[in-house]
Design a protein around this ligand. Structure first.
Ligand code: SF4
Length: 505
């Protein structure tokens, strides 16, 4: 897709997480999780679950009829005086935006809701064309000043403390900036006001596109959304096609879920609804509808629910892996559990082959997701695609890994084989066992024990249950011995057979 992407090395990235960054991430995510829980409690669990199901069903229905809703959306936007552009990929979207900018001799652009424009590397394209693009979400603004990447889907500067921000503003703006959130916000606000007034073009993303009226919806808290989309004479919105929803009823459901999941608010400070051009607003409104791999995701029945995402960030807040490694370890625009399933599908499992494995599969992300995306199931599906190789770039995994995965799959599907395997493991572990632990394993298994010991294999739960019946303990011992002997016998026979065949040749 892009000209600058390199393979994401999640393992390496996660080894270089500075402790203060981890601490700041954990403090901020904990606050977000607690606020969300309070907001959900106020609504009541029964109603919350109904809303989640309704949102899931409505979003899935839209995706399955996306062709119809997109045409309806286009017709409505056009009727309201806007222009609709279709972009197949990132390069086409950049070309469209640059063309509009050229037509209006744009020198300065102010931006809001920029995640998608980062996906298509729009800032770099604007810079190369001599156009200054300024992020105006406070977190994005700070990250841009810092020259780094956002670390969270909704809180781009989540990894920064107020002390970090004060130091950044002092260094980059040369102002007196104490570590006081109110003063720091005031400094950014003063700077940004001048930029809103000077910019010739406002560039936005969008939370939702309402097909029945052709309305772009922005959900914000800082007021910059309205500034960006009303002060400059031209407004260009670049939005992924999956953000389309059928009608305002669906919007009402989603607006109940999104702010509660993101910040624990009942509603955000601003919900901006833009339908075409309007009196007192920009003279021109352009909507760029971006595919960039989304229809390919839609074709994969087992992964298409990825596109239901409303980018609330709740899955990242609750995720133990995200909380340990921070957002930058995910190596691209999308972070946390949603990044682990979305990035491999957008940029390919070759570049992002680590990400589906960046999860403990605890399931907390699926439990918290307001639109009920089955993230663990999609992670497993993508792991399978990485190992087997898929039509979108990933070559198959090395034969030894494939054979191992197939062996485990076979054993898990056949109870007798599984029991024989566990008996063999229990016996094979003796030389390595220290008390109840296996402190060091041979390569390549030592990648686990380099950082923590592995509990030794004990009795299986089946044996534990069997031993609780009268005379069960003796029967279990005898059975396990027989299984182990049978396994050893089968291995010896196999070796003899292989040896004879080799000699026969
Ligand atoms: S996957 Fe669900 S929880 Fe995560 S950002 Fe998307 S909507 Fe929110």
């Amino acid at each position: 897709m892009s000209h600058t992407l390199t393979p994401i090395d999640f393992r390496r990235n996660s080894q270089h997480v500075a402790p203060p960054l981890r601490a700041a991430t954990q403090k901020n995510t904990r606050t977000a999780v607690l606020k969300r829980a309070e907001a959900v409690e106020q609504l009541g669990d029964a109603l919350w679950q109904q809303l989640r199901q309704a949102a899931h069903d409505a979003r899935l229905h839209t995706l399955l009829h996306l062709d119809e809703y997109l045409l309806q959306l286009e017709a409505q936007v056009t009727q309201a005086g806007g222009y609709v552009h279709w972009a197949n990929d990132a390069a086409e979207a950049r070309r469209i935006v640059l063309e509009i900018a050229r037509q209006h001799a744009v020198q300065r652009v102010v931006k809001v809701k920029s995640m998608l424009s980062e996906e298509i590397e729009l800032n770099e394209a604007l810079r190369d064309a001599g156009i200054a693009a300024l992020e105006t979400d406070l977190g994005e603004y700070l990250v841009q000043l810092d020259g780094s990447r956002p670390s969270h889907p909704t809180a781009p500067a989540l990894h920064m403390t107020k002390e970090d921000i004060a130091a950044l503003l002092r260094a980059k703006l040369g102002v007196d900036a104490p570590p006081d959130p109110q003063v720091l916000t005031e400094i950014a606000r003063t700077r940004l006001r001048e930029e809103f007034l000077a910019a010739e073009m406002g560039l936005s993303g969008g939370n939702f596109l309402v097909a029945e009226t052709g309305t772009l919806v922005l959900v914000t808290n800082e007021g910059n959304g309205r500034m960006c989309t009303s002060l400059p004479p031209v407004h260009v919105a670049v939005v992924g096609i999956e953000k389309t929803i059928p009608n305002w009823d669906t919007l009402a459901v989603l607006l109940n879920l999104l702010p509660r999941s993101t910040t624990g608010q009942q509603i955000t400070s601003y919900v901006t609804c833009i339908t075409g051009t309007r009196a007192g607003g920009p003279r021109e409104f352009h909507l760029v509808l971006l595919d960039n791999g989304r229809t390919r995701i839609l074709r994969d029945e087992r992964a298409r629910e990825t596109l239901l995402c409303i980018r609330c960030g709740a899955c990242a807040n609750i995720c133990p892996v995200y909380n340990t490694v921070g957002g930058h370890a995910y190596g691209w625009v999308y972070t946390g559990p949603i990044g682990a399933i979305l990035s491999p599908q957008l940029i390919g499992t070759t570049l992002a082959r680590d990400l589906p494995f960046a999860s403990s599969l605890c399931g907390a992300c699926a439990d918290i997701c307001p639109v009920k995306i089955p993230i663990p199931e999609i992670l497993l599906h993508l792991r399978h695609r990485v190992v087997e190789g898929d039509a979108f770039a990933a070559p198959a995994a090395p034969p030894i890994l494939r054979a191992g995965a197939q062996g485990v799959g076979l054993a898990l599907g056949m109870p007798l084989l599984y029991e024989i395997g566990t008996q063999l493991l229990r016996r094979a572990q003796f030389p390595l066992k220290r008390g109840a632990w296996l402190p060091t394993l041979p390569p390549p298994l030592n990648r686990w024990t380099m950082t923590r010991p592995l509990p030794a294999f004990g009795a299986t739960i089946r044996d534990w249950m069997r031993a609780r019946t009268p005379g069960g303990a003796v029967r279990v011992r005898a059975r396990n011995l027989a299984l182990a002997l049978a396994a050893v016998g089968a291995i010896v026979l196999g070796l003899v057979f292989a040896f004879n065949r080799r000699r026969g040749k």
